[in-house]
Design a protein around this ligand. Sequence first.
Ligand SMILES: Nc1nc2c(ncn2[C@@H]2O[C@H](COP(=O)(O)OP(=O)(O)OP(=O)(O)O)[C@@H](O)[C@H]2O)c(=O)[nH]1
Ligand SMILES: [Mg+2]
Length: 451
Amino acid sequence: MRDINFIDEVEIVVKGGDGGDGCISFRREKYVPKGGPNGGDGGNGGNVILKASKDLNTLIDFRYQKYYKAQDGEHGKGKGANGKDGKDLVLLVPVGTLVYENGELVADLDYDGKEVVVAKGGKGGRGNSHFVTPVYRAPKFAEKGQKGEEKKLKLELKLIADVGIIGLPNAGKSTLLSVISNAKPKIADYPFTTIVPNLGVAKVDYKSIVFIDLPGIIQGAHEGKGLGLFFLKHFQRAKIFLHLIDITSDYKKNYKIIRKELEIYSKENGIDLLSKPELVVLNKIDISNLEDIKKAKKYFKSKKIDPIFISAYTKRNINELLFKVKDLLEKLEKDNNINNQMIKLEKQNNIMDYKVISLNPTLIEVQSIYDKYLKSNRRVFVIYDKDLENIISRFDMDNIYAVKYVNKIIKNHRAIKAAKLKGIKLGELLKILDKYFVYQEDSILPVDYLN
Ligand SMILES: Nc1nc2c(ncn2[C@@H]2O[C@H](COP(=O)(O)OP(=O)(O)OP(=O)(O)O)[C@@H](O)[C@H]2O)c(=O)[nH]1
Ligand SMILES: [Mg+2]
């Protein structure tokens, strides 16, 4: 869109805070020669959360800042003091913001106040007191904090309104919005006054109805004439459309132009905009006459359409129009009630929070590496397994106590079993993340010199 304040697509990177490290510490008390372990736990990293707000209608804030990180958890301290959790980072987005990861829709912020965690913070590491066992009373290692998730996301705004106001330039769309709501769109007697969509809320009998005033459409808009049709994506989620026509213009021709453009756009984009219920509204009756109104009525009747005649300027018949819109919406809501409940259920099962794209659990690649001590090539079994990587990354592999502990918890790990199935032999190498290990009976031991 041309107005730089209206941005409806952005790419951002979000990162959850890292978990704080657990602490290695021992009690030091007078007269107690060997105090027990008392290292505190690290705090959890904060989450990055997107929250839908009805007070926004553009993604402009994301245009300049691209990287968003929640606060890290504090490291654990001595004397059992746990680190504080990092604060969540809440980013406000307009209602109607869709979130994509790798081209896949992962969340839809479709109502005011909805929150979705888009990058989880890492868990805090446990302090050394957690690793006490009956035989190992003074663990000299602790767990490191988990890294927060990092994601590259595309945000796309598709505004959500009950009613989309569609028509040729100068039909009076913005004027209508300005008299039925508190919106203050620009109004002028030249075409393409409106270049980006405007939202406005009308109150009808305690019901709030959201209208969207869209830029004008001209013949050939699908080929890029005028402002083109890009903005019609903001019409996609409207429930009904209000087709506004200037009665003093060639309404027969103009009615068809808009229908045709919507039809072509629908075909090209694989959607069906014309299936939305249409209310035909003829505007500017204050500068027309009874004869013309009669003629127009007759013409539309022959097409089985019962139009409403208004003057946005003098507000004539505006109330009738609003009540008609309300009745139509309520009828639709009733019809869709059962449908909606089904969709809601489906949503709960599917997208509710954030759709997690499942990763292949374990992948093993056999490579070869030159060993300068043996002066020959050796086989390396490179393991890609999120769970195993997570365990390895959370302990200090230079600390023999930590290595022992890790070996205990990965003894029957699926990834080690998978390497066995792939044919790894005792003494051969494993690579997990950027670390090399020698495969031994019942354990893996880190080797430094290959790093
Ligand atoms: N006489 C009369 N003039 C009207 C009425 N409604 C709108 N106008 C005038 O028509 C002109 C265009 O009105 P806008 O509301 O800007 O029209 P629009 O459909 O939003 O136009 P674009 O944004 O360019 O697509 C302005 O000069 C308005 O004052 C009406 O009911 N009667
Ligand atoms: Mg306008």
